[in-house]
Design a protein around this ligand. Structure first.
Ligand SMILES: NC(=O)C1=CN([C@@H]2O[C@H](COP(=O)(O)OP(=O)(O)OC[C@H]3O[C@@H](n4cnc5c(N)ncnc54)[C@H](O)[C@@H]3O)[C@@H](O)[C@H]2O)C=CC1
Ligand SMILES: O=C(CO)[C@H](O)[C@H](O)COP(=O)(O)O
Length: 294
């Protein structure tokens, strides 16, 4: 099958390779000419045979909106756009509507697998009308991992990105749990080799997982993570998961706490703990520490 791929970064670049390895014809466009197969998005569209399929794999928000707006102008009825980025699921209906006014189909695809997807395959969580999803089956088949799992048509437009958002919420909480356990193990004198404890957990334990394997890889590279600063960014998925939980009155204590831990990581000092210290001092005369360096 022939497919256009917009955004050839860490994800799109490898997806192009995996699709090509499976025998598909991929025309890639990226604003970075070093990565791009064509000079413009219009060239990509012109080189595809109708009905065209264009997979968008650029950062969520404005870049994705910009590409979808341009594709709405360039594509023709019966063509299909897939948004494979980590877009907020509430954007999907808007994109589907914008495209459907011109007879263009829309499918949202939550993609998991990161930079390992080229080798291991990409797990896909897809939303959209069956007609468009079915048209994309050969592409999904090439991208997904081998074996029975790793693909779901989760429901109507938005369901794919909603499922991926919840996946990422779980990812936040799992990573936070491993990180907390690691810190506690490192904090005590009785455990000599924290890295080997983590390694031993990789077989037979209740908590073995791919994230645990990756934690061991990270500790093999830097045993006490001394090269890293304790600072973690987020790209939206955790926030949207918490927002969806509030909208649906679903308690998510672990995921919410893991999101807030990332926010705490960005502070050099804790303004709220200054207030806690001040109040303890006010009511109980408890000692405080000075902000001024000794
Ligand atoms: N890195 C990861 O582990 C995962 C990322 N994602 C999502 O996949 C999407 C892409 O992520 P990455 O590849 O990691 O990002 P990246 O930053 O490595 O690559 C993005 C690429 O898009 C290109 N680009 C930006 N605006 C463009 C435009 N208007 N037209 C054409 N190309 C444009 C950039 O030049 C860049 O090459 C994002 O939505 C991300 O959230 C999804 C799953 C996993
Ligand atoms: O989707 C992913 C993994 O599944 C991406 O790596 C995503 O960037 C992770 O979320 P965050 O950047 O908020 O940690």
């Amino acid at each position: 099958m022939q497919i256009g791929l917009v955004g050839l970064g860490k994800m799109g670049g490898n997806m192009r390779e995996r699709l090509r390895n499976a025998g598909h014809t991929v025309i890639g466009y990226d604003t970075d000419p070093e990565k791009s197969d064509v000079a413009t998005l219009a060239d990509l569209v012109n080189q595809l045979e109708a009905p065209r399929t264009v997979w968008v794999m650029v950062p969520a928000g404005d870049p994705t909106q910009h590409v979808i707006d341009r594709l709405a102008d360039l594509l023709k009825p019966y063509d299909t756009v897939v948004d494979g980025g980590n877009s907020r699921w509430t954007d999907d209906e808007k994109h589907a509507e914008e495209l459907s006014k011109r007879g263009i189909g829309f499918v949202d695809a939550g993609v998991s697998g990161g930079v390992w997807g080229l080798k291991n395959g990409y797990a896909l969580m897809v939303g959209g009308e069956k007609e468009y999803v079915d048209r994309l089956r050969p592409v999904f088949e090439a991208l997904k991992p081998e074996g029975p799992y790793g693909f779901v048509h989760a429901g109507k437009v938005g369901a794919g990105h909603f499922a991926k958002m919840v996946h990422n919420g779980i990812e936040y909480a799992m990573m936070q749990a491993y990180a907390e356990g690691w810190e506690l193990l490192e904090a005590v004198d009785s455990v000599d080799n924290v890295r080997e404890v983590f390694r031993s957990w990789q077989d037979g334990t209740v908590i073995r997982s791919w994230l645990l394997d990756l934690a061991v890889d990270a500790l093999d590279e830097d045993e006490h993570l001394e090269e890293l600063r304790g600072y973690a960014q987020d790209s939206g998925e955790g926030r949207w998961t918490v927002e969806a939980a509030i909208d649906n009155s679903v308690p998510l204590p672990a995921i919410t706490a893991s999101l807030f831990s990332r926010f705490a990581s960005r502070q050099d000092d804790s303004p709220q703990m200054k207030m806690i210290a001040a109040l303890r001092n006010q009511f109980g005369g408890h000692a405080v520490e000075s902000a001024k360096k000794a």
